[in-house]
Ligand binder design. Structure first.
Ligand SMILES: Nc1ncnc2c1ncn2[C@@H]1O[C@H](COP(=O)(O)OP(=O)(O)OP(=O)(O)O)[C@@H](O)[C@H]1O
Length: 985
């Protein structure tokens, strides 16, 4: 390399990111180069300087340091420097000396990199092509966003996630019964929206006792890294808006709802999705609006997507339930009376759907046909009914008509679009529940007060004043009453010293007991915090049993520690004692014994308690134990629950109505058996009639709508296809190798991934010098082991590697050798890979119709097109790598030839573009037009379809149309192939 001259432009082979360098000085021994863009100077030995001369040719567009551009036509050499000749943007003929080229000229593009001699490894090129191919495939897969999470494939969850996440700005109430997986559904929806670019920022508001559990679920199951925000974290942000500190922010409702300043900060952010767990706490009535409701109402007014989660939507009353639906869709839910009125018709709709199953059903199908015809109006539905009712139609025609009609009826009537509620009854496969009662004698300190209450009507008022307690707390929770009367000298002893429920529990806990828990885990729930604390103390003092306590007085960390101590399978505690806050949201399905140390006051709360154990993942029957004092208010309350509404058997969803109708009467009857019997009888009557009505009408409709098995099955099928994708392990191997991640087989389908010595920085979960992680490709294995990550196309490591390849220039140039008996040595081929670019806002998720698509063109040096004759794989496996220095020499010597092939390749690739664009348009139109037609038909009958939803879809279709139309092809990567003799090495 003796031909350096000051002013010449070269780039560094090893540090191309330094940009275009200028030779400052050179002599026999060294050469000094200034890289102006990065303000770096380097001196190299002139004999082996790792530099490549930059020389442009005809057709290249270059930029001057003054900012003007030149389209190169020709060049000449003057005093050792190249002078480019060509036209500027105005069409004027100009000259540009190489020393006057802009330092900032980029050499990222394949063409520039190749022509400036920057060649990557051959296997990088290979990986780049494969990445494009797989990315193209996966982006169009209907399971995108649902296949990565570490979950069991449960149909009702997949259906909901698929149905909701495909909507423009979904606003729904996820109201499955307790423990059926609302958190999982919300996580799936969020995950899919994030992966498809439809959401980038989400705010998740949950009760304080559930923050950690959400954090862990989102990380463990969805690999989503969430920022947990509290006051301390917020203060640490000083002046900055703390809600801007992460893309996904999780916060406690209690904290936010009590803090107007933080609410204003949260409202000031741009969120795409708001998730509110245990949303029944957002209470509203005509006279008073709870602070939680008010806060969420303000947020929901500007955040486009809203998911409200509750298992007991009516726990705070029908008014509150209606108000929450209104949060989701104020236009649809503006009148409570109308809402009530609509519900009356659900029975007929449900009956019509059932009638479909019987049709055509022989000669006597008239009434069933009438039943359906009475509901439907639209011509498309009527035509389907005619096909279905016609005994002459083929079985296939009937099946298809039945399915479509069913979907139309479900879509067009009822609350289905806003509310999803699955129940155990139709999901099936849930454990039985067994109720065990322990009848205990009232201890004298309680009996004294209760008997006096029964004798003396006025005493209750006195007692309420004396204790400051509420009615009926004072009656149902005798230990609370006892503590409130602490002034009484007879009440000096701690309550747990004499309360027989404590002794009973201790006996059951000891292994010897006849009906003991035999070492099994036991969750104990008591209504009040002080009861829970006292009970834990009693277990320790009287029985030497260490039971962590979980109550509202503890910090979040302390609560999580208590729950974790209980959950630990090997070394964990046998018992956890919770106050009522432990009865919501928590996952305790690893335990099958529930002790209700006392009873809650609302049937929905009772269901929430049982729901801690009766959840997905529970493998045993649920044993519910209730210690009762004979002839006490607590025992009467139990009878109301058990005999009035079968509350211990299974969730029934009418608890709130019964509470509204008879809650007061039941409270009044807590001291009187006779009136209690009446209340129970009346409750039972209403219970049964409501159940029949609901099962026939609203519940039936909700159930039918909450999961459409055919859709769920299709989604599960698409997920399984990705799970079993044979290409994934092959791709993974290659990518890990190239990114420098070591992988060790651990046996049993497990891999240990760890940073290699030369690992590229910034890969998620892997830091040089630190430990790696265990992973598996198998869903089942990942589900069985919490400490094992599941590798899928959606895993952050895979996505990062693929993203880096696609967004950067890694592997976009290569040179390889080919030995082929039929081709003489020294021949050149160019393998060009073009990629479609379709600039569009991320929210359009244009990739589902037109993901970056590769167009491969293979040319030999004479310009003959070999693309169809020689496949990528066929060629690739016969190629050999070559030293970089040699590759650069080849490129330098074949510059002009390569330029010609690059230009010809462009023309060849352009021929493919129209059909790619057309295919994408057809796919987009067929999907969106069908969806739009469905929505328009729906909107005519079901006001739950918002006009803005329709407008948004029309706009989306238009924008997609334009975006796809504007698709261009760009050269993404190029590999030069040189043939060599058979015997050359
Ligand atoms: N598809 C699934 N695969 C594996 N585990 C699941 C799945 N769905 C739910 N679970 C587990 O079942 C339990 C209940 O799920 P989740 O917490 O989502 O229910 P929920 O409906 O939100 O309950 P709650 O009404 O009590 O708030 C959790 O431990 C969850 O991790």
């Amino acid at each position: 390399m003796s031909d350096f001259s000051p002013g010449q432009r070269w780039i560094s082979d090893g540090e191309a990111e330094l940009g275009l360098g200028t030779i400052l000085s050179c002599d026999q021994r060294s050469v000094t180069v200034l890289f102006g863009a990065s303000q770096e100077t380097r001196t190299y030995g002139s004999r082996q300087a790792p530099l490549t001369r930059v020389a442009f040719g005809s057709g290249d567009r270059i930029q001057s340091a003054e900012g003007w551009q030149l389209l190169v036509d020709d060049s000449k050499e003057v005093d050792g420097l190249i002078v480019y000749i060509g036209e500027d943007a105005q069409g004027d003929l100009r000259e540009l000396r190489e020393s006057e080229l802009a330092d900032t000229m980029q050499f990222d593009q394949a063409r520039d990199r190749l022509l400036t001699g920057q060649v990557d490894r051959n296997d990088w090129f290979d990986l780049r092509f494969r990445t494009l191919h797989h990315h193209h495939r996966i982006e169009q897969n209907p399971a995108l966003g649902l296949s990565g999470p570490r979950i069991d494939l449960i149909p009702h969850q997949l259906y909901i996630a698929d149905e909701v996440a495909r909507r423009h700005s979904p606003r729904v109430l996820l109201a499955d019964e307790v423990g059926l997986g609302k958190t999982i559904e919300a996580g799936l929806i969020l995950h899919r929206l994030l992966l498809t670019g439809r959401a980038e920022r989400a705010l998740i508001l949950v009760p304080p006792s559930l923050t950690h559990q959400w954090l862990v679920e989102l990380l463990r199951r969805f690999a989503l890294d969430v920022t947990l925000l509290d006051e301390q974290q917020s203060l640490a942000q000083a002046e900055a808006n703390p809600f801007e500190s992460g893309q996904l922010v999780l916060a406690s409702q209690e904290w936010l709802f009590a803090n107007p300043h933080r609410q204003a900060q949260a409202e000031a952010c741009d969120w795409d999705l708001l998730i509110v767990d245990e949303a029944h706490h957002l209470d509203w009535s005509a006279d008073s609006v709870g602070p939680g409701y008010a806060c969420v109402e303000r947020l929901a007014a500007t955040v486009p997507g809203v998911l409200l989660l509750t298992a007991t939507p009516e726990q705070m009353g029908l008014e509150s339930h209606f108000a929450r639906l209104r949060l989701l869709d104020p236009d649809r839910y503006h009148c409570l009376e109308r809402f009530r009125e609509e519900e009356q018709h659900y029975v007929e709709v449900a009956q019509a759907i059932d009638a479909l199953e019987r049709l055509p059903g022989g000669e006597d199908n008239h009434s069933d046909t009438e039943r359906v015809a009475a509901i439907i109006e639209e011509p498309d539905s009527l035509a389907l009914l005619t096909t279905l009712a016609n005994p002459e139609s083929s079985a296939a025609q009937q099946d298809s008509a039945r399915r479509q009609l069913r979907d139309q009826l479900l879509d067009r009537h009822g609350t289905g679009r806003v509310m999803f509620r699955n129940s155990r009854r139709h999901v099936g496969g849930f454990p039985e529940r067994h109720l065990h009662l322990a009848h205990l004698a009232l201890p004298s300190p309680y009996r004294r007060v209760l008997r006096k209450l029964e004798r003396d009507e006025d005493y209750l008022d006195e007692l309420l004043i004396e204790t400051g307690l509420d009615h009926p707390d004072v009656l149902i929770y005798p230990d609370t009453m006892y503590r409130a009367l602490a002034e009484d000298p007879l009440n000096a002893e701690p309550w747990w010293q004499f309360d027989p429920r404590v002794t009973w529990l201790l006996e059951r806990l000891s292994d010897e007991a006849e009906h003991g828990f035999a070492g099994d885990k036991v969750l104990v729930i008591a209504h009040g915090r002080e009861t829970a604390q006292g009970l834990a103390e009693a277990l320790r003092v009287l029985g030497g049993v260490h039971a962590p306590v979980f109550h509202e007085g503890l910090s979040l960390v302390e609560r999580d520690r208590a729950a974790a101590a209980f959950a630990d399978e090997e070394e964990g505690c046998q018992v956890l004692v919770c106050s009522e806050i432990g009865s919501e949201g928590r996952n305790f399905q690893f335990c099958r014994h529930l002790v209700m140390f006392d009873l809650p006051q609302h049937p929905d709360q009772l269901e929430q308690r049982i729901g801690r154990l009766d959840r997905i993942g529970q493998r045993h029957a649920i044993e519910i134990h209730v210690p009762l004092f004979e002839a006490s208010p607590g025992e009467r309350l139990l009878r109301w629950y058990r005999d009035g509404m079968d509350a211990f058997l299974a969730p029934h969803g009418v608890g709130n109505e019964l509470f509204d109708a008879f809650g007061d009467a039941m409270t009044e009857a807590l001291l009187d058996d006779e009136s209690l019997e009446e209340v129970i009888t009346e409750t039972r009557t209403l219970f049964e009639s409501r159940l029949t009505e609901r099962d026939a009408g609203r519940n039936r409709l909700l159930e039918l709508n909450a999961c459409r098995p055919a859709r769920a099955e299709a989604v599960a099928g698409a997920i399984l296809e990705l799970d079993e994708d044979k290409a994934l392990p092959r791709y993974l191997d290659q990518a890990l190798d190239i990114f420098g991640v070591d992988s060790q087989e651990l046996g049993g389908g497990l891999l240990y991934l760890l940073p290699g010595q030369h690992m590229l920085d910034g890969l998620p979960g892997l830091v040089k010098g630190e430990e790696g992680f265990t992973a598996t490709l198998s869903r089942a294995r990942a589900l069985a082991r919490d400490d094992v990550q599941r590798l899928s196309w959606e895993h952050p490591l895979l996505r990062e590697m693929m993203g880096r390849i696609l967004d950067g220039n890694m592997g976009n140039t290569a040179l390889a050798l080919l030995k082929h008996p039929a081709i003489p040595a020294g021949r050149l081929m160019a393998e060009l890979v073009f990629r479609t670019h379709c600039p569009a806002p991320k929210r359009l998720h244009v990739n589902r119709f037109l993901p970056p698509t590769a167009v491969r063109v293979l040319l030999d040096e004479s310009g003959a097109v070999l693309t169809d004759k020689v496949s990528f794989t066929g060629l690739s496996k016969n190629l050999q790598k070559v030293k970089k220095a040699m590759a650069r020499d080849v490129i330098r010597s074949r510059h002009d030839q390569l330029r010609g092939l690059l230009s010809q390749g462009e023309v060849e690739a352009e021929r493919e573009l129209p059909s790619i664009v057309e295919d994408a348009q057809v796919r987009m139109r067929s999907e969106l037009d069908t969806e739009l037609a469905r929505l328009e038909a729906l909107a005519r009958l079901n006001p739950a379809v918002r006009e803005e939803e329709l407008d948004a879809m029309r706009r989306e279709r238009r924008e997609l149309d334009e975006a796809i139309d504007g698709t261009r092809l760009r050269l993404d990567a190029v590999r030069v192939i040189v043939t060599v003799d058979q015997d050359s090495r």
